[in-house]
Design a protein around this ligand. Structure first.
Ligand SMILES: Nc1nc2c(ncn2[C@@H]2O[C@H](COP(=O)(O)OP(=O)(O)OP(=O)(O)O)[C@@H](O)[C@H]2O)c(=O)[nH]1
Ligand SMILES: [Mg+2]
Length: 600
């Protein structure tokens, strides 16, 4: 059977997964509401986190499709996939037009010499502007240096959520066959007898793990035929060659994997039996064969410490709470989480390096769902040194806000050392692009949402390491710290809410050293939220003054990571997210500060 290999790429939410799901349904490999976003966290958040394979069959051709995540933290995931396919469907929202991640994935595709097929999606939206979007896409191709062949791209219009595609907006269409036909016509055929006759070479672009089979590698067979139970060699990235044996071999059928005895050049397969296989290595038949060109994996940009939950409430909710269990869980994560690095050398904590706050938050969220308890320190950016210069990661952030809010946004971002590189006024909103050190950007999202009352859109993209820009002042609020153990009382929270934002409900169990809110003006403040009303001092009124509590700003994993301070831990358990001071008593905090001062 002829094989075509494509990836679906786009900015977040432009409709990749809806399109992939519809392709699966219409070609009969999936039914009902089976979705590529199969992971529980993906379904809950409505975003794709992991790139995944599916295969559909159309007119006697097998089309292998890789659905990719659109969030920038997972950008390096997309890059790996692009190396292993022959064309991309670049999905663009017909109203929003190209967005930052569109640019990132298109640039990578063009650099690799791929000829994209543009899928302009969501043409059903009332505010869709297909003409404008088409021009914008063309300009973006030009800007990114597309060659003539690439510039001559085909545009397919679609309503992915209804499974409709058409070549002309005026066409009447009921399904995705116009898109499938374009794929068959334009995507190069990956399989051929000639390639199958060559000695075997496979390159994995994705990893998986199975309790019974161990590490799994998904990769493209560039040349030759692979047989289950065959002996192979792996060309490691270190240059070493290792012998191994394929214990199981799978191809894809829809989302299911099918065990097969053999597969040939052009296909995408999953293999088991190679316990230390890694992305970009070459699986081959003979040790004298040459390795395929390596696949780059982006370096982490932030790090934080994971440690056992030693808070006064530690161990109340979790099933897995010991250092040994944490270590095992993190080691297992390394099997599949390619962007992640972990330093296990300290006896007090594990240092985890990741690509961004969401990358880390997803890991933590998965852990708490599985029953783990853990505490983490504040995420820090990673510095590098090159030729004696200190470097730090930078991001490009694109902000889209109503016109009247541009002032406050520019002021806030500038304070964090962001520099405007482009500003485009649209009808009643403005798009501003900044370059900003990741260090300055960390923790800004929440503030942005508040400042723009949820009306702004913000996306970021790591653009590389640049010279260190010096001190950045961030935090304008202090923490409100409980000085007592007990239950929070409505009356005291009512008093405290005048001083700042409260994170907890009344009746919440708290401990000394727990951060229960922030102080809008000034430094950290110790408070007693368990204190009842002192009746003797109250005016003798017929009834109590009614107290109205503002609903608390509950901490989430992500907001907690954003707002926490250097001397705090975020405590993450299956049922709770708490913020606490590292040193629980005021005396110890003062002592620690003094010690820190005398050391510097
Ligand atoms: N109006 C309209 N909405 C659509 C269409 N296609 C998708 N959507 C909606 O857009 C949202 C995002 O769709 P997804 O398919 O999850 O987008 P995605 O590109 O896979 O998102 P990420 O993987 O998280 O980057 C969902 O709420 C869909 O219902 C469409 O053709 N028209
Ligand atoms: Mg998706």
């Amino acid at each position: 059977m002829e094989i075509r290999n494509i990836a679906i790429i786009a900015h977040i939410d432009h409709g990749k997964t809806n399109l992939t799901d519809a392709l699966m349904r219409q070609t009969g490999v999936a039914e009902g509401d089976v979705s590529m976003d199969s992971n529980a966290l993906e379904q809950e958040r409505g975003i794709t986190i992991y790139s995944k394979n599916t295969s559909v069959f159309y007119r006697g051709t097998k089309i292998n499709i890789v659905d990719t995540p659109g969030h920038a933290d997972f950008g390096s995931e997309v890059e790996r996939v692009l190396r292993s396919i022959d064309s991309v469907l670049l999905v663009v929202d017909a109203q929003e037009g190209p967005m930052p991640q569109t640019k990132f994935v298109l640039r990578k595709s063009l650099e690799l010499g791929l000829k994209p097929i543009v899928v302009m999606n969501k043409i059903d939206k009332l505010a869709a502007r297909p003409e404008w979007t088409k021009d914008e896409i063309f300009s973006l191709f030009m800007e990114l240096g597309a060659n003539d062949e690439q510039l001559n791209f085909t545009t397919v219009y679609s309503i992915a959520k209804d499974g409709i595609a058409k070549l002309d907006l005026k066409d009447d269409s009921k399904d995705l066959s116009p898109l499938l036909d374009v794929i068959i016509k334009e995507v190069p055929i990956a399989s051929s007898d000639e390639l199958s006759q060559k000695p075997l070479r496979i390159q994995p672009f994705n990893l998986g793990y199975d309790d019974f089979m161990g590490r799994l590698a998904t990769g493209r067979i560039y040349e030759g035929i692979i047989k289950s139970s065959s002996n192979v060699f792996v060309k490691k990235s270190s240059g070493e060659t290792k012998a191994g044996k394929i214990t199981k071999l799978f191809t894809f059928n829809g989302l299911e994997r099918r065990e097969v005895d053999e597969a040939s050049a052009g296909d995408i397969v999953m293999v088991a039996g190679l316990p230390d296989i890694y992305i970009g290595e070459t699986i081959c038949a003979d040790p004298s064969q040459e390795a395929l060109p390596a696949i780059n994996i982006d370096e982490p940009t932030i790090s934080l410490n994971f440690l056992v939950n030693n808070s006064p409430f530690g161990g109340r909710e979790g099933k897995f709470v010991t250092t040994r269990q944490l270590r095992e869980r993190l080691a297992k994560e390394l099997e599949v989480n390619v962007g992640l690095k972990i330093d296990f050398s300290s006896s007090d904590y594990f240092k985890v390096y990741g690509r961004g706050e969401l990358h880390i938050a997803i890991l933590l969220e998965n852990m708490r769902r599985e029953g783990y308890e853990v505490q983490v320190s504040k995420p820090q950016v990673i510095f590098k040194e090159e030729n004696g210069t200190k470097l730090e990661p930078f991001e490009e952030i694109t902000i889209d806000v109503p016109n009247e809010m541009t002032g406050v946004v520019i002021e806030k971002v500038s304070k964090r050392k962001g520099i405007i590189t482009d500003m485009r006024p649209e009808q009643n909103h403005t798009i501003i692009i900044f370059e900003i050190p990741t260090r300055g950007f960390l923790g800004y999202r929440g503030e942005f949402m508040t400042n723009t009352r949820g009306e702004g859109i913000i996306c970021s993209q790591v653009i590389g390491f640049r010279p260190y820009v010096g001190e950045i002042e961030h935090r304008t609020v202090g923490s409100m710290i409980s000085m007592a153990d007990g239950k929070s009382l409505g009356f005291s929270l009512w008093n405290l809410q005048k001083r700042g934002e409260i994170y907890i409900d009344q009746g919440t169990e708290i401990y000394e050293g727990m951060v229960i809110g922030n102080v809008s003006k000034g430094k950290d403040m110790s408070v007693n939220p368990t204190k009842g009303k002192e009746l003797t001092n109250m005016r003798a009124k017929g009834s109590d003054e009614a107290i109205t509590l503002t609903p608390p700003t509950k901490l989430t994993l992500e907001s907690g990571l954003e707002i926490m301070d250097d001397d705090e831990y975020l405590e993450i358990t299956p049922g709770s997210i708490r913020l606490r001071k590292r040193f629980l008593t005021e005396t110890n905090r003062v002592r620690a500060k003094r010690q820190e001062k005398s050391e510097t």
